[in-house]
Structures are given as structure tokens and as C-alpha cells.
Design a binder for this molecule. Structure first.
Ligand code: HEC
Length: 114
């Protein structure tokens, strides 16, 4: 009986910890993922890559799933920019890091007022 109670506490604690506590998407964006080099430190875009803070998506529908997939695969043929986006920004990212940086991108999108 006591053992069950202890297990329940451990499980509850584990479930309460957000995944982002282990990998910071912001750190990936500004660090090993190279994202900031093209998309800009504030992700507002530049000559090499589009803004990720607006609600305009060029290659995807903007759902989390499509962002994860795009980061994984890169953009071999950009629509409006001169050079391709390499898969994972040219870095080697774990699944967890890809999902964390996708969540970070989602957190930047400015929702339309209202
Ligand atoms: C070498 C420059 C470069 C790097 C590094 C880079 N990107 Fe990109 N990114 C691009 C280009 C170019 C596009 C496509 C723009 C186009 O189609 O005109 C793009 C598109 C995207 C899109 C889709 C935007 C849209 O509107 O379709 C997302 C999301 C994105 N990048 C996220 C990231 C993330 C996250 C990282 C880091 C892991 C990253 N990028 C690293 C150049 C880069």
C-alpha cells in the first residue's frame, strides 16, 4: 500500500514537469540550431529568411506538425529567398530539440488582435 502511494507521487511529479524544462527551444534557436543566423535574433526575418513572428506562412500551414516537419527537412527550394534552408538549420538536432524549437517558433507568432 505504501509502495503504491510512493509510485503515484513520483508519477504525478514526472507528469507535471514540462518537456521544455529539459530542452530550451529559445537556446536552440539562438545557438546550435543556427536559426537566428538567417531568421534574425528576434526571428523577425532578414534577407536570407522570412519572419517567423507574423501569421504569414510561405511553405506550410503553420500548425505545429508542419513546423516540426519543415525544421526536420529544411527548405530545398525557397519561394522568396535566395538560398535554401538546410535540414535542422544545418545542425544535428534531436527530436526533442526539434520539437522544442518548433514550440518556441509557435510562441513567437503574433496572434491577430481580437
Ligand atoms: C541558411 C539560412 C536558414 C537557417 C540557418 C534556418 N532557416 Fe528557416 N528558412 C530559411 C529559408 C530560406 C526559408 C524558406 C523561405 C522561402 O520559402 O522563401 C525558411 C523557412 C522556415 C520556416 C517556414 C516559414 C514559412 O513561412 O514558410 C520555419 C518555421 C523555419 N524556417 C524555421 C527555422 C528554424 C527553427 C531554424 C533553426 C533550426 C531555421 N529555420 C534555420 C532559411 C534558414
Amino acid at each position: 500500500m505504501l509502495r503504491c502511494a510512493t509510485l503515484a507521487i513520483v508519477c504525478t511529479l514526472a507528469a507535471a514537469l514540462p518537456a521544455a524544462a529539459q530542452v530550451s527551444g529559445k537556446a536552440v534557436f539562438e545557438g546550435k540550431g543556427n536559426c537566428h543566423v538567417c531568421h534574425g535574433r528576434n526571428a523577425e526575418g532578414g534577407p536570407l529568411a522570412p519572419s517567423l513572428t507574423d501569421t504569414v506562412w510561405i511553405n506550410i500551414d503553420g500548425k505545429r506538425e508542419s513546423i516540426v516537419k519543415l525544421i526536420e527537412q529544411g527548405v530545398p527550394k525557397p519561394v522568396k529567398h535566395p538560398t535554401p534552408m538546410p535540414p535542422m538549420g544545418g545542425a544535428s538536432l534531436s527530436r526533442e530539440e526539434i520539437e522544442a524549437v518548433a514550440d518556441y517558433v509557435l510562441s513567437l507568432v503574433k496572434k491577430p488582435a481580437g
